[in-house]
Design a protein around this ligand. Structure first.
Ligand code: CA
Length: 428
């Protein structure tokens, strides 16, 4: 199957080549990072980024307003052939159907502290090839990037910090990669840049050649993908204070894969080595119609339903790169979401009580009126650079009142007028 038709989730990894780590140098050990990353620094390329860049398809990526150049991250996608969970490095290639050529586009950014959503998730920013070629090693492959007919960069895949088997083992240790998912092996440090109006090609001899152009306005034609699950960090002032952060001046957005979503009365695993795992009661908002460039005044017309969500986190795995990282927030079954209630049945989304009970004891008690960035703001902010689709979900953050939960605990999150969501913590 052509990679672009896979409909799976696309995961990428930064800082996975030795040149990147060498270029950052001593800054790796300075504030705010203080250490090189321990876990792979992963991110998600959501459905709105999936550009069919088969030569001749006429693909165009749309840069966000004000962006005058983009970095072309020539890379390879490992296209998953069969479901992979806790796979040993030696067995990795048996789960990979093949590799596809990808150009992972980013607006240039220097900080790796927060997930780079506006920079990496604009419409059409993941240009995908159509060929999936079975290989069992990528070290000898060479990717050439061509901008307006001129070769501007060439990279090999022989200086990865984590080679494919090890990367695969470390990722599948905490989240399942399903058939059709893709894992990009990493973009080079400071890839070549191109400007709107340019035509870009990436070719890997023996695999594929892709081609697309760049524009600063218009509508990107993207291939269907899974629902995008958007989450907000520190979106309640009291919770930000609880974690000793000052409230952010723009939304702290991160994405989650659909592997993490589960339902009511589900079991969620607490890892053996965790010392602090906490729930987060959140109002989940579902998008009902395609949203791009939506203004605040009109934003609520794009919401079709609400649900109670519980966005668990394992704080032990928190690192400062693209914080919170996927090992904290993208574990299988760590995001229970309850029944969807039509928006028309919810009287006042701005004033709903949120509560969590652990084994019947009230531990978290807040109100949606204390959100820092409210729902209309979030829809305007996100739809400025990414097209939201029906079924996409925004988890709007959690108030204060976090506590560690252990195997055997029953955790009930509830939101006034929406419902109750029960979850059971179990050990591995
Ligand atoms: Ca959360």
């Amino acid at each position: 199957m052509p990679a672009v038709q896979s409909r799976g989730t696309i995961y990428g990894v930064i800082l996975n080549d030795k040149a990147s780590l060498a270029a950052i140098g001593p800054a790796l050990f300075a504030d705010p990072y203080k250490a090189a990353p321990k876990a792979p620094v992963l991110y998600i390329k959501p459905a709105n980024t999936r550009l069919n860049a088969k030569v001749g398809a006429g693909a165009t990526a749309i840069l966000p307003a004000g962006a005058d150049s983009v970095e072309i991250g020539a890379t390879l996608a490992l296209v998953i052939g069969r479901s992979a969970s806790k796979v040993a490095a030696a067995d990795a290639w048996a789960h990979i159907a093949g590799v596809a050529v990808v150009a992972d586009l980013s607006l240039p950014h220097d900080s790796y502290y927060r997930p780079a959503i506006r920079e990496k998730c604009f419409d059409g920013s993941c240009a995908l090839g159509s060929e999936v070629v079975p290989v069992t090693d990528i070290a000898g492959l060479v990717a050439r990037t061509v901008v307006d007919g001129v070769v501007v960069a060439q990279r090999r895949f022989d200086d990865l910090v984590r080679e494919v088997p090890q990367l695969f083992a470390e990722v599948t240790a905490f989240m399942t990669l399903s058939a059709g998912d893709m894992l990009l092996v990493g973009v080079p440090w400071r890839g070549p840049q191109a400007k709107p109006g340019s035509t870009v090609a990436v070719e890997v001899k023996g695999i594929d050649r892709i081609e697309f152009s760049l524009a600063s306005s218009g509508k990107a034609v993207v291939a269907p993908g899974p629902a995008t699950v958007i989450a907000l960090g520190l979106n309640y002032a009291d919770h930000a204070k609880e974690l000793a952060f000052k409230a952010p001046d723009k939304p702290l957005v991160f994405l989650k894969g659909v592997n993490t979503v589960t339902g009511d009365s589900a079991k969620t695993v607490r890892p053996e080595d965790a010392t602090y795992m906490h729930y987060e009661c959140e109002l989940a908002v579902r998008i009902g119609k395609t949203a791009k460039g939506v203004k605040r005044a009109d934003a609520m017309n794009y919401v079709d339903a609400y649900a109670v969500a519980n966005d668990y986190a394992i704080r032990d795995y928190l690192e400062n790169y693209y914080r919170p990282n996927l090992k904290v927030k993208n574990r299988d079954g760590c995001t229970p979401i309850g029944q969807w209630i039509p928006a028309a049945q919810v009287a006042d989304y701005k004033n709903l009580a949120l509560r969590t009970y652990v084994n019947g004891n009230l531990t978290q008690d807040g109100s949606t009126r204390d959100m820092i960035f409210d729902i209309p703001f979030l829809i305007e902010y996100l739809s400025e650079f990414m097209t939201l689709q029906p079924g996409d979900i925004i988890l709007t953050g959690t108030p204060e009142g976090l506590a560690d939960v252990k195997a055997g605990d029953e955790v009930v999150t509830e939101i006034e007028g929406i419902g109750r969501l029960t979850n059971f913590i179990v050990s591995e």
